[in-house]
Design a protein around this ligand. Structure first.
Ligand code: SAH
Ligand code: AVI
Length: 719
């Protein structure tokens, strides 16, 4: 297949690009039988032989036919292989493409070779005008689109056979899927620029570039997985009309949908059809072959929504690095109808019918799939399908409305996130839950109690070390600085910094626990009258813009307590990188971390004699029972704290003491005796691992101070 389709000025380079693109489809056809390539599985699909011919016809009809006195390779092919171009006359009905046993496969391949010879001769004849050059590149891009259609249609054909045939040994993909990263990123939106802005090739429907207003939103880093989809199905997703659009529900009933296209349940579990035959459904892989209606119903079930196409494009342009599989896995449904952008003008001439005339009743999908030829996708690309169609390589990524930065409560949306996150985690094996859900009002209170326990040394040790270093470090803040604290909780250690830095203009505590945050902010406000206190309720993994009115001085990040150890290593890098961007040039960052030490000391700190940590851990279940109406029998779970030396972390688990089933939101979660929910990791660091983490996140370590045993450390980072 082809790496680049850009037509360059040199005929040699254009010829090379042409050969590379044109060799791809015959390579996909190689090894398939003439019968495989002749059959048509349904009216939406075309036979492989037709794709081989039509993508050649396109060059003939759009480019060669415009040459004076052109003599077609075979005039009958103008009718046989025209897809939908009214201006180019008669054609065979789409649904009857499979009935054309003549010309034979060999004749079609010969037609293809002859068109290729003629195009190469045309290229050699000399410099192309801008319009010819555009049509040539359009022909290459069109060929690439049909390479993907070839595979989609072939899969549909193979999926119709009771033999579950494998078209290939392995699916012919470009690169492996990227691993999921977890989480989502917040985008402030505002006036965003959308659409193709002129550099490189684009289809006419990608322009003109224009401005769109976007309200704050979040978009998930990962695609919805098969495991997520199974949770939806097990929760009655296909049987609950309230989740579906009216037309979608009608499709569920009429088509008898109970799972994505190609899925089948047998005694071994769910299987799905692939181009390499029928395979077990990989729970970790992104779901594919779902219609827009299904994607929309899933999003509603998850308490979320699909992104608009403008949101998708803005997010992928602004922060491409945070997303997994934005391109190269599945096209992603958006909630946007396929309509023209303001000022849209179709390409002039015969290619005017390429995109514009389909701008009704279809929905836009973005990204690209594993079968999209490499180099073919781009952020402005608008693919489109009817909302009921499922045979394309389609999946989804979720988005949500986010409150404006100064909004206080999290409300329903937060509860929906908790439900979705918990169900997803309990659907995994081994079961997991994110520690961020510990901190309802009771969880925050229990954490404060933990900090006063004799075994839990980190808070005391860190506060003592901070008292020592704060005067020297605060001297570097400069006038009018703002202190931004992540996971501020009760803001107790903050006072040590505030006392050492009387010139601070503002304090911005950020915490997911609204109750703890608001109480702490009020208390700081009363104690430091000259200081502007601007609390932000929210998830620091989706950093919001800083509030206005916090002065023009340096921004100083503050992240004590080794809360960074509760993040997965990749999450920690993403967080520190995002914080660096949020705090801007010249920023400083005070990071508090716990250090690796004797496991006995560690285990005692996470399994105290008074049982407070156990209560803190089990409070997650209490919270789920209250907020999600879950049915956990709290006494059937015991607290476990274990040292995992390989991952250098303490782990907290909730261990089931008996076999049981727990209902959450109508879904039954099965626990076997001894099975655990991994509720928290607390990574322990060394000076080396902190230096690596800082370097990977774009910070420089300006100072690193360690306290006495049991030792913790404070690092001063510079942007
Ligand atoms: N910084 C304090 C509190 C640490 S407890 C100290 O050092 O003692 C961890 C705090 O982080 C809690 O207040 C919890 O509500 C908050 N927190 C945990 N995960 C969070 C997240 N993803 N976003 C925002 N706050 C979070
Ligand atoms: C907030 N965080 C850093 C604490 C920790 O040590 O991981 C939470 C905690 N978990 C058990 N005890 C305290």
């Amino acid at each position: 297949m082809v790496a680049s389709t850009k037509a360059s000025a040199s005929p040699g380079a254009m010829c090379e690009a042409f050969r590379r693109v044109r060799s791809a489809m015959p390579a996909l056809a190689w090894g398939l039988s003439a019968e495989d390539l002749a059959a048509q599985s349904m009216p939406d699909c075309s036979p492989g032989k037709w794709h081989l011919a039509h993508s050649s016809w396109f060059f003939e009809a759009m480019i060669l036919a415009a040459e004076p006195g052109y003599d077609p390779v075979d005039p009958r092919f103008q009718i046989l292989f025209n897809s939908y171009y009214e201006a180019l006359g008669e054609r065979v009905e789409r649904r009857e493409r499979g009935l054309m046993t003549r010309p034979s496969l060999n004749e079609v391949l010969e037609y293809r070779r002859e068109v290729d010879r003629r195009i190469e001769a045309w290229l050699e004849r000399g410099p192309l005008e801008a319009r010819q050059s555009y049509l040539f590149t359009l022909g290459l891009q069109h060929d690439q689109q049909h390479q993907e259609l070839f595979l989609m249609d072939l899969l549909n054909l193979m999926g119709r056979s009771p033999l579950d045939p494998a078209a290939y040994d392995e699916e012919p993909r470009w690169s492996p899927a990227q691993r999921p990263r977890g989480g989502s990123t917040r985008f402030e939106g505002g006036l965003a620029r959308i659409g193709h802005d002129g550099g490189g090739f684009a289809f006419d429907n990608e322009g003109p570039a224009h401005r769109q207003w976007l309200e704050p939103y979040g978009m998930d880093h990962d695609l919805v997985s098969n495991a997520d989809w199974i949770a939806f199905m097990e929760n009655g997703g296909y049987a609950r009309p309230e989740l579906w659009l009216s037309d979608g529900w009608a499709a569920v009933k009429a088509e008898g949908w109970t799972a994505p296209l190609y899925w089948r349940l047998d005694e071994t579990g769910w299987t799905t059809m692939t181009l390499a035959g029928r395979r077990p459904v990989d729970r970790d892989a992104p779901v594919r072959h779902v219609s827009f209606y299904e994607a929309d119903a899933y999003a509603r079930w998850a308490g979320r929504r699909l992104p608009t196409e403008a949101e998708w494009e803005h997010a992928v342009r602004c922060r491409p690095e945070v997303f997994s599989n934005a391109f190269g896995e599945v096209w992603q449904w958006t909630s946007s109808a396929y309509t023209p952008y303001r000022g849209f003008r179709p390409t002039e001439g015969t290619a005017s019918e390429y995109n514009g005339k389909f701008m009704a009743n279809q929905m836009v999908s973005r990204g690209s799939s594993w079968a999209t030829p490499e180099g073919h996708g781009r952020a402005s690309y608008r693919n489109f399908f009817y909302p009921h169609q499922r045979w394309a390589f389609m999946g989804l990524r979720l988005a949500s409305d986010l409150p404006a930065p100064d909004a206080r409560g999290m409300g329903e949306a937060e509860t929906a996130r908790f439900r979705r996150d918990l169900l997803a985690g309990l659907g995994r094996s081994p079961k997991v839950a994110s520690p961020k859900w510990f901190y309802d009002a009771e969880g925050s209170r229990l954490f404060e109690e933990i900090t006063r326990l004799p075994e839990y040394y980190p808070t005391r040790q860190e506060a003592a070390l901070l008292r020592e270093v704060a005067p020297a470090w605060a001297a570097r803040f400069g006038p009018g600085a703002a202190l931004v604290e992540f996971g501020s909780g009760a803001s107790e250690k903050t006072r040590i910094v505030l006392d050492a830095a009387p010139d601070l203009a503002a304090y911005v505590p950020i915490d997911i626990s609204a109750d703890a945050l608001n109480a702490a902010a009020r208390s700081i406000d009363r104690s430091y009258p000259g200081l502007r206190v601007a609390p932000l309720v929210g998830d620091f993994l989706h950093l919001a813009a800083l509030p206005d009115g916090i002065g023009d001085g340096r921004r100083v990040g503050f992240f004590p307590g080794s809360t960074i150890g509760n993040l997965e290593p990749a999450e920690a890098v993403a967080f520190l990188s995002a914080a660096r961007r949020q705090l801007g040039e010249g920023a400083l960052f005070i990071l508090g971390v716990d250090l690796v030490k004797d496991p006995e000391v560690l285990v005692a700190a996470y399994d105290d004699a008074a049982g407070v940590t156990a209560a803190f851990n089990r409070n997650l279940l209490v919270r789920a029972n209250r907020e999600l109406r879950a049915g956990f029998d709290i006494d059937s779970f015991v607290h476990r704290a274990v040292w995992n030396g390989d991952a250098s972390r303490m782990e907290m688990h909730l261990k089931a003491v008996q076999d049981m089933e727990v209902e959450i939101d109508g879904r039954l979660i099965t626990f076997t005796r001894g099975e655990t929910i991994h509720t928290e990791s607390s990574r322990k660091f060394t000076e080396g691992s902190i230096r690596e983490l800082a370097a990977a996140s774009g910070w420089t370590v300006a100072a690193f101070e360690t306290g006495p045993e049991p030792s913790v450390a404070l690092a001063l980072l510079e942007a």
